[in-house]
Write a protein that binds this ligand. Structure first.
Ligand SMILES: [Zn+2]
Ligand SMILES: [Zn+2]
Length: 256
């Protein structure tokens, strides 16, 4: 069965609520907001991380992941990201100040670096561990992308962090093999100004966005990245608007 699992489904941290991380296979995740705690020793098998953007809630486990298994690691940890995201990680996190630059540290007894960065381009397809991932440009405060993921012949589009964004819906309408959409809703609609300024979504923004769907084929829609303190309010609003969406939580497994 073709499944993907949300190790972290929220836009912040709370009790039992962790930041964004989607496990696509034993070796591959999208984003790194929550890898070590849910996977424990199995986190050592993660070799490929595709990032949506550079915000802390999406990258925070990268420094700890490489550090935790450094002495045992036999192959580099590959980080796929937009060039601007890679530049931010190098400048602000792996800079020998906040954390060692593992992109400059050889694996023990090997010539390869511990972390390898792979710059990605929107619209190109990347094949790893039997999966294919195609970055799709999104609309956030920093350069960002979602991904069309293909696993065992099934396709999903995960937006990750975004405000209203035509490219997402163009992709959904163009590729009718996509049967699953995961889109963020960070704030309730009363906080629309903040959502707009921070380039996130509210239920009312989502309601308008869903009108851009012109295709007939069925689409299962899931919502993630709620701010932990606002989850109940967002849930009530989504129900009141009668939007055909399912809210995710940590540990949720989606069957494509
Ligand atoms: Zn985020
Ligand atoms: Zn963000």
């Amino acid at each position: 069965m073709s499944t993907i699992k949300f190790l972290g489904a929220y836009g912040g941290r709370g009790s039992g609520q962790n930041t964004t991380c989607v496990q696509l296979s034993e070796r591959v995740t999208i984003d790194a907001g929550n890898i070590l705690n849910p996977l424990g020793e199995d986190a050592n098998t993660i070799d490929h991380i595709f990032l949506s953007h550079c915000h802390l809630d999406h990258i925070i486990d990268i420094p700890f992941l490489i550090d935790a298994f450094f002495v045992r690691r036999k192959a580099p940890l590959n980080i796929y990201a937009l060039p601007e995201t890679i530049a931010s990680l190098k400048q602000h996190i792996l800079n020998w100040n906040i954390w060692p630059n593992f992109n400059d540290i050889d694996l023990i007894g090997q010539k390869e670096k511990s972390i390898q960065f792979v710059p990605i381009t929107c619209g190109e397809t990347y094949r790893v561990d039997g999966l294919s991932l195609k970055p799709v440009a999104t609309n956030h405060t920093v350069p960002s992308c979602g991904y069309v993921v293909e696993k065992e012949g099934k396709k999903a589009l995960l937006t990750l962090d975004t405000h209203v964004c035509d490219t997402v819906w163009e992709e959904i309408n163009r590729d009718c093999d996509i049967n699953t959409l995961v889109i963020e809703v960070s704030f309730p609609s009363r906080m629309a100004k903040l959502a707009e300024a921070s380039r996130h979504m509210t239920p009312l923004f989502l309601q308008d966005e869903l009108k851009k769907i012109t295709r007939e084929e069925p689409l299962c829609i899931y919502v993630n990245h709620m701010k932990p303190d606002l989850v109940d309010e967002i849930r009530r609003e989504l129900q009141e608007l009668d939007l055909p969406v399912v809210m995710l939580h940590d540990g949720y497994t989606i069957t494509l």
